[in-house]
Design a protein around this ligand. Structure first.
Ligand SMILES: NC(=O)c1ccc[n+]([C@@H]2O[C@H](COP(=O)([O-])OP(=O)(O)OC[C@H]3O[C@@H](n4cnc5c(N)ncnc54)[C@H](OP(=O)(O)O)[C@@H]3O)[C@@H](O)[C@H]2O)c1
Length: 286
């Protein structure tokens, strides 16, 4: 299958590319230098260069969650307007599109894991820009899938684990937020889910996808540092005690039953995926 990957140089894009290539798909990685997603002429040109493409995967996004509070327009342009353009192009060309969104489309005040049908109320500016992208995707009538994912870690990006590992070695004592709940999700697992979706083409639409099991940032950090035998004194603190420019949800848990019921790929529990991630090699950007 010939597949375009936008954002192929990002943390998720890199792994999606590697996994699809490993099974023989003909992957065309698109970097910002090939086509800025906000430049509709450049994006149209990419499609005209590859008229035989059947799938496009959009891993490109504005992902600076805190900076989005002061760069809201830029976040909207990349995560909303550019997605609308990409989805409409794919719809016209008959190309299936896979796009990614976030748990931050919810306000985090719910008591249960969120379902795809739950009402969106973005917790921050980044979440609002990603919600605009979801709406644009479905308004375009494009065929394909939107996956809401969360708490990503992977070899090709700076992420919570790479930062914790670096800070623990540097300081020997850390305070980590212990009242936010979610599922740490390895980017390779998302790439495997994408592979399964392309192979099986299940019912199109919106899906939540994350590792199995839930935890807090504090327990996630504790588990990771212990596995690596990095000595560090960790204290659990509240969200209130750790103010950030962008609000974070207390309940980020996604209910992934809709995806699991497809029975095409079962993600690992988050603890297993951390072990697998460590087996596959150190993070690149620590
Ligand atoms: N990371 C998480 O914890 C998390 C959580 C929930 C949802 N998500 C979603 O998952 C997806 C993948 O995230 P990620 O963590 O892999 O992101 P990432 O590592 O920040 O990668 C994003 C990629 O998008 C590219 N990009 C940004 N603006 C662009 C533009 N205007 N034109 C072309 N390319 C552009 C970036 O290129 P440059 O390097 O050139 O800027 C980068 O390669 C995104 O949709 C994100 O919203 C991520």
């Amino acid at each position: 299958m010939k597949i375009l990957i936008f954002g192929a140089g990002g943390m998720l894009g890199h792994d999606v590319r590697d996994v699809l290539v490993s099974v023989g798909h003909n992957v065309i990685p698109i970097l910002r230098t090939d086509a800025d997603l906000c430049d509709s002429v450049a994006v149209t040109h990419i499609f005209s260069q590859h008229p035989d493409v059947t799938w496009a995967i959009n891993c490109a996004a504005y992902t600076a969650v805190d900076r989005a509070e002061s760069e809201g327009e830029l976040a909207d342009t990349i995560n909303g307007v550019a997605v609308a353009n990409l989805a409409s192009l794919c719809q016209k060309q008959g190309v299936h599109l896979i796009h990614f969104s976030t748990d931050y489309v919810f306000n985090g005040l719910g008591k249960a894991p969120y379902l795809e049908t739950d009402i969106c109320d973005p917790v921050n500016r980044y979440g609002a820009s990603k919600r605009a992208g979801e709406v644009a995707f479905f308004e375009s009538g494009v065929r394909g899938y939107v996956f809401r994912v969360q708490w990503l870690f992977g070899r090709y990006g700076v992420n919570f684990l790479s930062r914790i590992s670096e800070l623990a070695k540097e300081r020997g004592a850390l305070s980590i937020v212990g009242d936010q709940w979610g599922s740490p999700t390895w980017t390779i697992e998302i790439a495997r889910a994408v592979l399964a979706v392309i192979a099986h083409e299940p019912a199109e639409g919106l899906y939540h996808f994350a590792s199995q099991g839930y935890t807090t940032w504090f327990d996630f950090a504790t588990y990771f540092l212990k596995l690596q035998n990095i000595p560090c004194t960790l204290s659990s603190i509240s969200t209130e005690a750790y103010p950030t420019p962008a609000k974070r949800p207390l309940n980020s848990r996604l209910n992934c039953r809709k995806f699991l019921d497809l029975d095409i790929f079962t993600p690992l529990f988050w603890e297993e995926s951390v072990k697998e991630y460590l087996k596959q090699g150190e993070t690149r950007c620590v």
